[in-house]
Design a protein around this ligand. Sequence first.
Ligand SMILES: CC(C)(COP(=O)(O)OP(=O)(O)OC[C@H]1O[C@@H](n2cnc3c(N)ncnc32)[C@H](O)[C@@H]1OP(=O)(O)O)[C@@H](O)C(=O)NCCC(=O)NCCS
Length: 172
Amino acid sequence: MSRGLGEVQVRAGAETDLAPLTDLYNHYVRETAVTFDTEPFSPAERRPWLLSHPEDGPHRLLVAQDTDGVLLGYVTSGPYRPKGAYATSVETSIYCAADAVGRGVGTLLYGALFAALAEEDVHRAYAGIARPNEASVRLHARFGFRHIGTFTEVGRKFDRYWDVAWYQKDLR
Ligand SMILES: CC(C)(COP(=O)(O)OP(=O)(O)OC[C@H]1O[C@@H](n2cnc3c(N)ncnc32)[C@H](O)[C@@H]1OP(=O)(O)O)[C@@H](O)C(=O)NCCC(=O)NCCS
C-alpha cells in the first residue's frame, strides 16, 4: 500500500525500515514515559515486532517518509490480548520522529491505518496513553476515540509512577 499526500508518503513498513524504526522508538524509550519500555532495543531485538505486522490483515505497520526517504513516523495495530475472542480488537500505537511532531504526520498515519482496517474484521481499537500527553489525547479525540477509564500509577519509570488513560474507538 502506498499513498502520497503532499511531501509525505505513507506505506507499509518493510524490513529495510528496521534500523530507523528502532532509532525512532528508542528515543522515546530513553527520554520519555510515553512508552513503558525501559531499555532501548537493538534492531535485531525489534525484528520480531516488525515481522508480526504483515502487509494485510488486522495487524498493520504503516510508516510515513519524506521525499528523501527519511522516516517521519509509524503507526501499528497489534493484538489487544492473545486470547482468541479478543481477535476482533486491536491496540494501536503511534510515534512520530522527535523532529517531526506537530506537523500532521500523526493525523496522516492514523487516517491511513483506519482506512486500511475498514476492510478487516476489526470491531474495536484501543489505545493506552500515559498521562500527560496532550498531543496524543487530541490526536485520538480527532479520530473518534473516547476515554473509557484510567489505570492509576500502573507503571513506574524514571523513579515515579504514571497513569495510563485508555481510549476506545468503535470501528464497524
Ligand atoms: C502523539 C503524536 C503521535 C501526534 O502526532 P502529531 O503528528 O504530532 O499530531 P498532529 O500534528 O497530526 O496533530 C494532531 C492533534 O494533536 C495536536 N497537537 C500536536 N502537537 C501538540 C502538542 N505539542 N500539544 C498539544 N496538542 C498538540 C494538534 O493540534 C492536533 O489537534 P486537533 O486535531 O485538535 O487539531 C506525536 O506528537 C508523537 O509522536 N508524540 C511522541 C510519541 C507519543 O506520544 N506517541 C503516542 C503515545 S500514546
